[in-house]
Design a protein around this ligand. Structure first.
Ligand code: FVH
Length: 288
């Protein structure tokens, strides 16, 4: 093994186990630790080293992968071993907000720890496969030296020195996904009232939504330029459409909670006099 490293994994939930498994399959030494015992059985059978404490897991490590529940659990595990982590590269793959990621980076800097934050755009089964993508930000030198290992988990992309950047992208992508899933639930509820099953709806929704995502770069041009003038499908047009879809939902006897905030954003722009402008202008209503 020309470049065998010690890759410690703290946190053996579904994702931590998948990450440890990928590092093991590539021939690295993988000490693992989890708060609750028994989650490393399969990994140990595959060659991982069981450790009883986080301190034991990171001893002699080249790279420490942290995959816990949330920001608070990261601190509860790393705070007591901060001194031992000095000069070690720590990669946090726990989902944290951008602000929490920046806070962790400041904490790491204060303890001379090289810190990278990552946003995993994959579910555990995808780890190590071609569709898995993980976004990183923070310490560029740490990314460069860890990249060979990080590529084992999925394509590894470094976004920049701001440690909050990976989390910002992660949550932006998840927000788009959840809004789409909620829209699918609304459509399924509407069609259920007409006696049509969700499976049949899904068959139609996939090609429709796939085609519609093709308009995202066009919408992005409005947002990035701040120029929302359009000759097609302005906010008046979209207001008429949304109003009708909301009426259809009420006719069907279903709640319209998913659509209400979209309608409110359109109504606000129209009320402010921007009815002739593009739908993408609703982003202006999302300022804090
Ligand atoms: N699973 C997924 O699809 C998503 C994909 C995108 C990224 N997420 C994030 O990854 C983090 C871990 O997710 P997970 O799927 O591994 O989650 P669980 O299976 O629930 O495992 C959680 C682990 O965290 C440990 N833990 C929780 N609290 C503490 C604590 N206070 N101190 C120490 N460890 C803690 C827990 O340990 P235990 O309950 O087994 O003792 C698990 O090892 C997460 O941020 C996702 O958002 C995954």
């Amino acid at each position: 093994m020309p470049d065998q490293r010690t890759v410690s994994v703290l946190g053996l939930g579904a994702m931590g186990r998948a990450l440890a498994g990928a590092a093991l399959r590539a021939g690295h030494r993988v000490p693992v630790w989890n708060r609750t015992a028994g989650k490393d059985t399969d990994l140990v059978t595959a060659g991982a080293r069981h450790t009883a404490t986080p301190a034991a897991a990171i001893s002699g490590s080249d790279l420490v992968i942290v995959c816990l529940l949330d920001h608070a659990s990261v601190h509860s595990v790393l705070d007591p071993i901060a001194a031992e982590l000095s000069d070690v590269a720590v990669v946090n793959l726990t989902s944290t907000t951008p602000g929490e990621s920046r806070e962790l980076a400041s904490w790491a800097r204060a303890h001379d720890i090289a810190f990278l934050d990552g946003g995993i755009m994959a579910v555990p089964d995808m780890i190590g496969g071609p569709a898995a993508s993980i976004l990183y930000s923070g310490d560029a030198a740490a990314f460069d030296s860890a990249q060979q290992v990080l590529e084992l988990f999925g394509s590894a992309e470094f976004l920049g020195a701001d440690p909050g950047l990976a989390a910002a992208h992660d949550f932006a992508l998840l927000a788009a996904m959840y809004a789409m899933f909620a829209g699918f639930a609304h459509g399924a509820a509407m069609l259920r009232s007409a006696g049509v099953g969700a499976a049949a709806f899904a068959e139609r929704a996939v090609p429709w939504l796939t085609a519609m995502t093709g308009s995202l770069p066009w919408q992005a041009q409005f947002i990035d330029s701040g120029d929302y003038r359009t000759s097609v499908q302005n906010l008046h047009f979209n207001k008429a459409a949304l109003d009708a879809i909301v009426r259809a939902g009420r006719e069907a006897g279903i709640a319209v909670d998913v659509l209400r905030p979209v309608k409110a954003l359109i109504d606000e722009q129209v009320a402010d006099g921007y009815g002739e402008q593009a739908f993408a202008r609703i982003v202006e209503g999302l300022r804090g």
